[in-house]
Design a binder for this molecule. Structure first.
Ligand SMILES: Cc1cc2nc3c(=O)[nH]c(=O)nc-3n(C[C@H](O)[C@H](O)[C@H](O)COP(=O)(O)OP(=O)(O)OC[C@H]3O[C@@H](n4cnc5c(N)ncnc54)[C@H](O)[C@@H]3O)c2cc1C
Length: 377
């Protein structure tokens, strides 16, 4: 079986790595390396667990963080200690590290941009033409492969994320601001900080979002206001709450992984885990079955129901007052803090969240009563 992977971001490179290790002839097409991708670069524990083992002389280049600050934007702030560290990586470093793992495992990398693919397995670049048994789109949010075999992701399923990379350092921070169906973030990397903001594409023009980020930065983290740093803006695609939006991501000789398949969390924008996880599931399916037929269903059973649930919950999460209450409760109760910390680490899914919060309720009531008593005393 000859497999072409269009795009060598996290999804494409892990797929190349896994297929090559299983003895499949796999070619990765991507002309962009080395490059930075607009991204926070936050890699949660569940994503880290999917990465290939790091060789002793080539460790994963990351800033390891054990706490995260949540700011409701209305005075309530809570600092969460994370049981396991989160890695924050420059995408230039993470993506080239992953590509090195794929090539070391035996994948071929061609530094070429793909200009055409078809259902018969033909793939064209500017100066070359190739024939494959399976073509995989790992080519990100604007995927050419997706546009060829499916329709583009509709605007109501796109989040816009914008920001800049600032010199300096900070703690890891997520800040909500009233009236924004999204959040601001500071993600400190090894030698700079990713400063960003995100919200649904249709909810606010990108230039207004950037102006808001600038304003908040001047007020709350002036050291990271860097007028010389270029501003970026990039979309994050996600599923709808309908299973069909996931089951459509593969056909007889093609499949999509990562952002090309619209596999990001519609509430947080986390996409690196889903890029890696979908790549692993597709590699296993291709190796076991020699076909893509069961891939969509396997994604649905693995992480898909959680993403569909997140799509259904999104509006309620960003409804006025919800994030403010969540942070105020977390500030008062260790039980709510631990649910929030597990959400950050990606260890608490959206399916089962309500049950988990109900289980935390007696402890929350006790913590609140105790806090009130202490205040009165
Ligand atoms: C501002 C922002 C902040 C984010 N922050 C986080 C975060 O902190 N944590 C997190 O988990 N997720 C985050 N995400 C989401 C995350 O960046 C994506 O979900 C993730 O990069 C998806 O990986 P991928 O491999 O599917 O696609 P990509 O990383 O987009 O890689 C696609 C690759 O395909 C290549 N390509 C495209 N077209 C072609 C072509 N025609 N031929 C050849 N190659 C091609 C591109 O050059 C690129 O290298 C963020 C997204 C944005 C926009």
């Amino acid at each position: 079986m000859r497999v072409a992977v269009v795009g060598a971001g996290p999804a494409g490179s892990l797929l190349g790595h896994d297929l090559a290790r299983a003895g499949v002839a796999v070619t990765l097409f991507d002309a962009s390396h080395p490059r930075e991708k607009p991204c926070g670069g936050g890699v949660t524990g569940k994503a880290l667990a999917l990465l290939p083992e790091a060789p002793p002389d080539d460790p994963l280049p990351a800033n390891w963080l054990e706490s995260c600050e949540f700011d409701a934007g209305t005075g309530d702030v809570v600092r969460l200690r994370l049981e396991r560290p989160v890695a924050v990586c420059a995408r230039r470093d993470l993506d080239s590290w992953l590509l090195r793992r794929a090539v070391a495992a035996g994948a071929t990398h061609r530094a070429e941009r793909v200009t055409m693919v078809d259902a018969a397995g033909l793939l064209r670049c500017a100066d070359s033409e190739h024939q494959f048994d399976v073509i995989v789109g790992a080519d990100g949010a604007g995927s050419l492969v997706r546009r060829t075999f499916l329709s583009p992701v509709p605007p109501e399923r796109l989040m816009m994320a914008a920001g800049w990379f600032a010199r300096g350092t900070s703690s890891m921070k997520v800040q909500f601001t009233p009236g924004l169906e999204g959040y601001l973030w500071l993600f400190p990397r090894i030698d700079h900080v990713a400063v960003g903001i995100c919200a649904p594409l249709a909810s606010v023009p990108t230039r207004d979002m950037l102006a808001r980020l600038d304003g908040e930065a001047v007020r709350h983290f002036p050291a990271l206001v860097d007028a010389d740093a270029g501003r970026y803006a990039h979309t994050i695609p996600s599923l709808s709450s309908e299973p069909r939006s996931l089951l459509e991501i593969a056909g007889p000789r093609w499949a999509l992984v990562g952002d090309a398949a619209a596999l990001a969390d519609p509430i947080t924008g986390e996409g690196i885990y889903y890029a890696l996880r979908s790549a692993r599931i597709l590699a296993d399916t291709l190796v076991e079955d020699g076909s893509t037929a069961r891939y969509g269903q396997r994604c649905l059973e693995d992480f898909g129901r959680d993403l569909l649930k997140a799509a259904a919950l999104r509006d309620r999460f960003y409804a006025p007052g919800f994030t403010r209450r969540m942070i105020a409760y977390a500030a008062r109760s260790s039980a709510i803090r631990s649910v929030l910390a597990e959400l950050v680490l990606g260890e608490q899914g959206y399916v089962g969240l309500k049950r988990r919060l109900l289980r935390a309720a007696p402890r929350f009531a006790w913590d609140s009563a105790l806090a009130k008593l202490l205040r009165t005393a």
